[in-house]
Design a protein around this ligand. Structure first.
Ligand code: ATP
Length: 568
């Protein structure tokens, strides 16, 4: 397909904020995509592979500027100056391409295949001359682009497509294009997406127009699927009311999620944001091989840190540095050991267990795991209908330094990637949100040269909306909590723009923020502001899709009002 068709589709999508219209535009577009061109499903998501794939385009603004300057034959200083003025590097490419097109006529036709071929070469490049080769690959695409194509090419390259298309938009468009919008098929389609976690694969099967064909999409060991998420319970009574009794209660461990895949002798580990962390946890690989029976399986678990001497469990922050560690892995695994707590099984010896009731899955875990405390165990669980018993369990969980407890409906299936009502969490009342840093300000005096205050954003669809500014909670030294050095080292390479209003930062770094309360506010684009926010944890295990959205923030606001009313 010509890339022009896709970029016109991007343009139409970005011109409306209405989801139904987006679905309509996409559904029409999908009808014209042949199976050979189905990689377009990745391009629609601003990517070149499924989201869990680690091969990312990863182009800096500087490289994009150099490629634009080569393609349009303008000095890169001029391109940078224009970027500072316009503030959007994609628009800069569009403007300059437009000016150039008035003087040159010849241009090759760009196809989506050519775009994806060139983009896929980018992450493969390593070693000497990489930057020049990258610039050449991008320049080749830009010289064949019309102004709109160049705008979207640059946006894909810098990871900021902004067309407001989410996974659910694509799901509804597939339903409309290939299943006559038959809502009865929605759940089947959703389950196929859950098992596959790859919209290109689902698209190819769906294109045949037979809903039964989607059953052929199966879970695959080694290919991560999204984790199931919990909703909040107000209190024990509320959990009983929503889930029925008896129900299962488990510790809500304060570590990080580890999705474990094993096939034969090969074990692969993924975080909640589906990042592959196999290399970082060699001791866990051994535990799995030694203490879990089975030829092939997918398990869901939480890895929790503990103090080697006292055996006290530590909080997430204490072990967070293990997740991205690239060197001295053995030393750090000895210094900061983890215990793996298995709490679910999604696939076992060739059988998909997603639809199996939780009670049966929990029984299976207890059959296949031989617990070895401080290495690998199954989660502490109780089946109960007794409020008093839950209270004691909850107290014990907090005493053991864990976050709280989970309530689980015994009959429920495992629903990947959704905040489901059949798993509820109860934690001590704390006002906290996971947010992403999207901007900041340079410090002065002792902190000059440092980014010293940070703009926090929540999300709405694929947009990031500011909700507050924070300068406190960050410590001088990393050991005492989230450190200035650490945060600055991570944020500085992500700076997109700088001017008198401050710094704009590419949304990537997720933090947990504690605050006193939420207020409605016209000062921030989200319409909300946090009072007295403090950054408490750098969430290396989370990505931007894990951060709070507007609906969750509104819920927090309503809860806060209810509490104030009750106690005020
Ligand atoms: P929080 O910030 O409270 O951890 P969250 O939004 O990150 O909440 P939830 O969906 O509320 O995540 O809770 C699910 C997370 O809880 C999982 O990602 C997992 O890491 C963790 N967890 C700890 N113990 C359990 C357990 N026993 N069962 C399921 N999830 C658990």
């Amino acid at each position: 397909m010509r890339f022009e068709k896709l970029s016109n589709c991007y343009e139409k999508l970005s011109q409306t904020t209405k989801r139904l219209e987006k679905v309509e535009i996409l559904a029409k577009f999908f009808e014209n995509i042949s199976t050979e061109d189905s990689d377009i499903l990745y391009l629609i998501q601003g990517d070149i592979y499924p989201a869990y794939d680690e091969r990312k385009i990863g182009i800096s603004n500087q490289i994009a500027i150099k490629a634009i300057s080569k393609a349009v034959g303008t000095d890169s200083k001029k391109v940078t100056a224009l970027w500072k003025k316009i503030g959007d590097i994609g628009e800069v490419a569009k403007k300059l391409t437009n000016e150039k097109k008035q003087t040159t006529l010849a241009s090759h036709l760009l196809t989506t295949k050519k775009v994806i071929d060139n983009l896929r070469k980018l992450p493969e490049l390593i070693g000497k001359g990489t930057v020049e080769k990258k610039i050449a690959l991008i320049t080749e695409l830009l010289t064949s682009s019309n102004p709109t194509e160049s705008l979207y090419l640059i946006r894909i390259l810098i990871g900021d497509l902004r067309i407001g298309v989410q996974e659910s938009t694509i799901k509804y468009a597939i339903l409309k294009a290939f299943f006559k919008n038959n809502k009865e098929y929605e759940e089947d389609l959703q389950r196929a997406i859950d098992r596959s976690n790859d919209l290109k694969e689902v698209f190819e099967f769906a294109k045949r127009g037979k809903i039964e064909d989607l059953e052929k999409i199966q879970l695959q060991v080694g290919k991560p699927i999204k984790a199931m998420l919990a909703q909040k319970a107000e209190n024990i009574e509320d959990a009983f009311k929503h889930l029925g009794t008896p129900l299962a209660i488990e510790y809500k461990y304060d570590g990080f999620r580890l999705l474990i895949h094993k096939k034969g002798n090969i074990v692969t580990l993924f975080t909640r944001s589906l990042e592959n962390v196999t290399k970082q946890f060699p001791e866990v690989i051994n535990y799995i091989k030694e203490f879990v029976k089975g030829e092939s399986f997918i398990l869901d678990s939480e890895a929790v840190g503990y103090d080697k001497e006292t055996k006290r469990y530590t909080d997430f922050q204490a072990i967070s540095q293990r997740i991205r560690r690239k060197y001295n892995i053995k030393q750090i695994s000895e210094k900061l050991p983890v215990e793996v707590n298995v709490f679910d099984v999604l696939y076992y010896n060739g059988k998909n267990e997603l639809e199996t009731p939780f009670k049966k899955r929990a029984e299976l875990i207890r059959k296949i795991v031989t617990p070895h405390p401080y290495k690998l165990i199954y989660s502490k669980m109780k089946i109960t209908s007794n409020e008093k018993e839950v209270k004691e369990f909850y107290k014990k969980a907090l005493k053991d330094n864990q976050e709280g407890i989970m309530f689980k409906n015994l009959e429920a299936p495992y629903k990947p990637g959704r905040r489901v009502g059949n798993m509820l969490k109860l934690k001590p009342e704390e006002n906290e949100l996971d947010l992403v840093i999207t901007g900041g300000e340079w410090g002065t005096g002792k902190r000059s040269g440092w980014i010293s205050s940070f703009i926090l954003s929540c999300k709405e669809g694929d947009k990031f909306l500011e909700i507050g500014k924070v300068g406190t909670g960050i410590k001088e030294k990393s050991k005492e909590g989230v450190g200035f050095n650490e945060l600055n080292a991570k944020l500085k390479p992500l700076i997109i723009k700088e001017d008198k209003n401050g710094i704009k930062i590419k949304p990537k770094i997720v933090v947990t923020v504690h605050y006193q309360d939420i207020q409605r506010s016209p000062n921030y684009e989200s319409g909300w502001a946090l009072r007295f926010p403090r950054i408490t944890t750098l969430r290396e295990d989370r990505g931007t899709h894990d951060i709070a959205n507007l609906e969750e923030i509104e819920k927090e606001f309503i809860n806060q009002r209810a509490k104030n009313y009750k106690y005020g």
